[in-house]
Design a protein around this ligand. Sequence first.
Ligand code: SAM
Length: 396
Amino acid sequence: MTADEQEKLFEVEIERLLPGGVGLAHAEGMTIFVALAAPGDFLRVKLDRVQGAVGFASIVEILKPSALRIEPPCPYFGRCGGCDFQQLTYETQLRTKVEMIRDCLHRIAKIEDPGEIQITPSANEWHYRARANWQVDPEARLLGYFERGSNRVCDVEYCAVLAPQLEQTLEDVRKDVATKSLRQLKHIDVVVGDEGMSVAPSIGGYSARTVSRRIAGEVYSFSADTFFQVNHNLLELLIAEAIGDAKGQKAIDLYCGAGLFTLPLARRFARVTGVEAHSRAVEFARRNVERAKLENVEIANLGVADWVKHYRSFEVLDFLLLDPPRVGCENAVIAGILAMRPRHIAYVSCDPATLARDLKKFIADDYLLDSVNAFDMFPQTHHVEVVARLTAKRQL
Ligand SMILES: C[S@@+](CC[C@H](N)C(=O)[O-])C[C@H]1O[C@@H](n2cnc3c(N)ncnc32)[C@H](O)[C@@H]1O
C-alpha cells in the first residue's frame, strides 16, 4: 500500500453486508470492504490493505449511523476478533445471514432460486457459547481471543457470548496464566457438559475430563480436546432438520465427531456407518453408541477421502449425511460420494461459501436441491450453520 493510500480517508455508504460479514461500499473507482459496518451506514473509513481495485478498510468515524445499527455492548468489541456483528440488531443479523447464504448459492453454485431459506434464531443471543478456544500469550501472561486481523492476544476478563458456567472458568484459568510460568502454552480449549467443565490442557484446577450432554433423548460424552458443537440449545432442531423423516436400510455419517447425528440415524436405519479421523472423537462416538445399546453402528477411524476411496457395496445407500469442517470437502470426497450415489444427502455446513462450491458439484451430477435452511448457532458473529438437503434424480 502506498503512503498516500495509507493516509487517505474515504467517505462511503454501506450498500449491504457480504459473506464474511464485511460491508460493501464503492468510492473513487474502488470496491471497499469495511469491517464492523451496518447496511446504510455513512462512514469515514481508512484503508488497511489494498489488493488491486479492492480496499479493506476500517471505520474512522460514523458520519450517520444506519437505523439497523446499535451500540455494541461488549467493551472489547472492535479490538477482539471474536464477534463482528454486535453492531447490528438481532433481526438484522438473522436477515443478513440469510442474504449471505443466498449470495453464495447464487454466485458460487449458480443456484437462482433455492426456495425460502428459514433461519432458526438462537434461544440466547448472548451467553450461548458452551465451547471456546482461548489464546494465551505466555510472555505477557494474557488470556483471551486473537485481536481482529492479528495474532496478538486481546486480554479479556469477560466474554459476552460465553455460557455463564464458563465465566468462573475464565477467571480461574486467567489467574494461572497471570501467575504461573506456562511457556509452552499457546491456547486452551474449554467445553461445558451436564457435569461441569472440561479444559484442555489441564489448568486452573480443571482437566480434560469427559463430560456429557443429553440432546434429543440421546447422551453424548465428549471432552475439551474433541469437537463438539458450540450452541447446545439449537442441536435438537439441527438434528431434526438434517435427518427429517428419513429412514431405511443403510445410512452413512461422514465427519461424525462424537456421533451427534450417528445415534439418531441408528434409530431410523438398519445399518449406519460413521467416519471420523480424530481418534479421540472416535473413542467417544463408539462409547456413545455402546451406551445407547445400538448394535447396528460401525465407526471407522479414517480420513473421509481414504474411506470413500475404499468403499465397496452393492447395497443401495438410502441416506448420507456429511458435516465437514469449514474448508468443506476435498474433490476426492465429492467424487467418492457421487460414486456411492446415496438417494438422499444432508450437507451440514458452517461455511456457506464452501457449501455452495460443493453443492454445485452434486447438482452438476444430477442431484436436486430440496431445501436450504439455517440455524443461528453463532449470534453476534457473521458465522451461520446451514443444512442443505439433496435427492438423487437417477439411481445407480
Ligand atoms: C464440523 S465437525 C462435525 C462433527 C459432528 N458431526 C458433530 O456435529 O458433532 C467436523 C468433524 O470432522 C472431523 N474431521 C476433520 N477432517 C476430517 C477428515 N478429513 N476425515 C474425517 N474426519 C475429519 C473433525 O475431527 C470433526 O470431528
